[in-house]
Design a protein around this ligand. Structure first.
Ligand code: BG6
Length: 464
């Protein structure tokens, strides 16, 4: 690994901070949605708001050199008029100071899904005005934190929060509507370009990228039908984010396909120009699993996600496009996530060949149920998962890909959206029931040795 390779963990504001209504923070769309539906929420989460010093100190003690986290828009901007909450600014100043005090490089995401509810009330991402509100929020962040942050990302996983929120309906605002999905996707990518423009325009030091939920696509065979299905799946899963952010263009065949059945008049020349002229400096790729597909056969669109941890329920069929297939030879988590490090190796090579931009692996990890009422959680499955995925990264680097960092998901146990706190990803165990006590897991110590050996400790594997 290059000597300045970033090694760290990642979190997101809603998933770890808690303090949902403290010190001037206003309601987010997730606060409203989870409260209204009486679902497990992140009101307290890992209470990082009060534990950030301890958490960041533990990162340093674990040998880590970077911390990826997100800022909470509703903690920073109080209302539609764009007024700033000084206490929100102060909180993040403190977090950033703690990072620097401990020699941890902050890697900051502007938007990890917690839209202020006052904007959701105005239509959320269906309203183009929200893209301009995001631009204002981004400018406030650059102005207040620009001297302490070098690495910025506009959005975390547009594909995931747009598809879940507007197409699948399992995340707020809970729509199942293709037309709305297209509009939200468009407005988010436009907002991202406005954020990139605001950053570059003022000449802040540093780099700005986007973080994508990367699911490289494989086909069940080499037939032409399968290759067409793969292209549909790639457009659905990856290209509309990466092509748009990096190349400055929505995939033309995707737009042509959608225009057969839907109204695309919301696409405007002046927005496309801004998207084209304001592309990202790097790509952040979150990798959990690939997408294995076969051609669409019959039936209606089906999008079933497993939030219960009872295996074998997930299903993705997009009518007329593709069907997702479960590889019978693979191992899956209880939440139906395939464990497939080869997908990361191949995906990184593909992304490098296609975009030739620096890449950071901004999330990678395994979510499991764990008994943390022990002296130390012996999470050998996580060690093996991380080992193999780091090996995949090293293989891609050997190929020539410019990969500059790895962030384990997650730095410590956090709230896992619709899966609650039962699904644990952390390198550090958090006892949510008892004083939020923190205790490193075996993987934390293993990761420390990996970092201190600059990757030498990873048991290398080639994934053919
Ligand atoms: C990514 C997100 O999609 O995956 C995280 O950026 C999320 O916020 C992570 O927590 C794991 O997903 P989940 O649903 O298991 O928490």
């Amino acid at each position: 690994m290059k000597t300045n390779f970033l090694w760290g963990g990642a979190t997101a504001s809603y998933q770890c901070e808690g303090a949902w209504n403290l010190d001037g923070k206003v309601e987010s769309m997730w606060d409203r949605y989870l409260h209204e539906n009486n679902l497990e929420n992140g009101d307290v989460a890992s209470d990082h708001y009060h534990h950030y010093e301890e958490d960041i100190r533990m990162m340093k003690e674990g040998g880590q050199t970077a911390y990826r986290f997100s800022l909470s828009w509703p903690r920073i901007i109080k209302n539609k008029e764009g007024d700033i909450n000084p206490e929100g600014i102060k909180f993040y100043q403190n977090v950033l100071d703690a990072c620097h005090k401990n020699g941890i490089e902050p890697f900051v995401t502007l938007y990890h899904w917690d839209l202020p509810q006052y904007w959701e009330d105005e239509g959320g991402w269906l309203n183009l005005e929200v893209a301009y509100a995001f631009e204002h929020y981004a400018k406030v962040c650059f102005e207040h934190f620009g001297d302490k942050v070098y690495y910025w990302s506009t959005f975390n996983e547009p594909k995931w929060f747009v598809a879940n929120g507007y197409f699948i309906g399992n995340y707020p605002p809970g729509f199942k509507d293709v037309q709305k999905t297209m509009i939200a996707a468009y407005n988010v990518m436009y907002a991202s370009a406005l954020g990139v423009r605001a950053f570059h325009e003022k000449g802040y030091k540093g780099e700005i990228g986007i973080v994508h939920s990367y699911t490289p696509v494989n086909g069940v065979d080499d037939s032409i039908e399968t290759r067409i299905a793969m292209r549909y799946a790639d457009n659905y899963s990856n290209n509309w984010v990466l092509d748009t952010a990096v190349l400055g263009e929505f995939p033309i065949d995707l737009i042509a396909k959608l225009s057969e059945d839907y109204d695309i008049r919301f696409i405007k020349e002046e927005h496309l120009k801004i998207i084209k002229e304001n592309t990202v400096d790097f790509i952040g790729l979150n990798y959990y699993a690939r997408t294995l597909v076969k051609p669409y056969t019959s039936g209606e669109t089906q999008l079933v996600f497993n939030h219960s941890g009872k295996p074998g329920q997930s299903k993705v069929v997009i009518k007329g496009w593709f069907e997702q297939v479960r590889d019978p030879n693979s191992e899956f988590t209880a939440w139906d996530t395939e464990i497939y490090p080869k997908g990361l190796q191949d995906g990184l090579i593909e992304a490098w060949d296609r975009y030739h931009l620096p890449i950071y692996v901004t999330e990678n990890g395994i979510g499991v149920r764990e008994n943390i009422e022990v002296d130390q959680v012996n999470d050998d499955y996580r060690i093996s998962f991380m080992n193999d995925h780091l090996s995949a990264i090293m293989n891609a680097i050997d190929y020539g890909a410019d990969i500059r960092g790895y962030f384990a998901w997650a730095s410590f146990d956090i709230y896992s959206w619709k899966n609650g706190v039962e699904k644990r990803y952390g390198l550090v165990a958090v006892n949510f029931q008892q004083n939020q006590a923190r205790k490193p897991k075996a993987s934390y110590y293993w990761f420390k040795e990996v970092i201190e050996s600059n990757g030498e400790k990873v048991e290398r594997k080639i994934f053919d």
